[in-house]
Design a protein around this ligand. Structure first.
Ligand code: F6P
Length: 319
């Protein structure tokens, strides 16, 4: 394979630029030509395709977001959209594609592979909800961003002896909530994977305050509810001043962590090695610190798990 393309799709994640850089420089190092496709699958259908050289990816390693921009595209999901995309790839002589994104992006990669166009997915989403890999690009950075916010909020919550419910992203996954709740010593973690028992949560808050805690931090995954709604219910049940904070999109930005840069670089390199051997229809994964790859179709149907052991441990350690 001598000509490949790379695109980013779905929600952006810190570290995506490191993955793009690794794809471009590995391909050029191997004597391949590489194209950057802007705005995900939508840009692909509009032939928004640029030549990439080694300097195209200079000075981006430390930047969050994606220099190729990203977008969500319903048109691409149609047969006509996919045919248009494949025709455009052929016009440019592109023989293989790297798709950096989440589950939704991998469905697009699978569809292209099914139509005979070799495509390799790289897991890039702060949600870390892609079952076939232990870590997705952006998760480590997002967790550290949330932890910084928790520590800032705890200062003012302690001063006022309040409870604060911090709503974090994750779509339908509680992974960001579990890891940040554990790291931030939260008194409670509410995730979509475990039904909420408000009374038990309120008892924990009251018990903590009575034994001398000056603050209570509750981490709420967005898939399990709205902080603004829970705020009133918890204040009424505990009789304690309660506030809510929705962290929102700051979790998607910022300089990627060293861990995310290294992960993204390793995954980008592996994706190009697969395409070089004409291997497509794969998702790059990390398992036990080893970079591997799985069949896309199998990856898409793997049951999503959550770290119950960490969830239970955080409950024990925050008594
Ligand atoms: O998938 C990443 C994510 O940040 C989710 O955690 C969040 O629910 C979603 O994207 C927001 O999507 P959008 O950027 O399209 O508003």
């Amino acid at each position: 394979m001598k000509k490949i393309g790379v695109l980013t799709s779905g929600g952006d994640a810190p570290g995506m630029n490191a993955a793009i850089r690794a794809v471009v420089r590995t391909a050029i190092y191997k004597g391949m030509k590489v194209y950057g496709i802007r705005r995900g699958f939508r840009g692909l259908m509009n032939a928004e395709i640029d030549d990439m050289d080694v300097s195209s990816v200079g000075e981006i390693l430390h930047r969050g977001g994606t220099i190729l921009n990203t977008a969500r595209s319903d048109d691409f999901k149609t047969e006509e959209g996919m045919k248009k995309a494949i025709n455009i790839l052929k016009v440019f002589g592109i023989e293989g594609l790297v798709v950096i994104g989440g589950d939704g992006s991998f469905r697009g990669a699978f569809d292209l592979s099914q139509r005979g166009f070799p495509t390799v997915g790289i897991p890039g989403t702060i949600d870390n909800d892609i079952a076939c890999t232990e870590q997705s690009i952006g998760f480590d950075t997002a967790v550290n961003t949330v932890l910084e916010a928790i520590n800032k909020i705890r200062d003012t919550v302690s001063s006022h002896e309040r409870t604060n419910i911090i709503e974090v992203m994750g779509r339908h996954s509680g992974n960001i909530a579990i890891h940040t709740g554990m790291a931030g010593g939260a008194e409670g973690i509410i995730i979509p994977e475990i039904p909420l028992d408000v009374d038990t949560l309120c008892k924990r808050i009251i018990k903590g305050r009575h034994r001398g805690k000056s603050s209570s931090i509750i981490i709420l995954a967005e898939g399990a509810g709205k902080a603004m709604e829970l705020e009133k219910e918890i204040e009424e049940k505990t009789g304690m001043e309660t506030r809510a904070t929705v962290l929102g999109y700051l979790q998607r930005g910022g300089n990627p962590s060293a861990a995310d840069i290294v992960l993204a670089s390793r995954m980008g390199h592996h994706a190009v090695e697969l395409l070089e051997k004409n291997i497509g229809n794969r998702v790059v994964t990390i398992k036990g610190n080893e970079i591997m790859d799985d069949d896309i179709a199998e990856a898409l149907v793997m049951p999503k798990t959550f770290n119950e052991e960490l969830y239970q441990l955080s409950q024990v350690l925050s008594i």
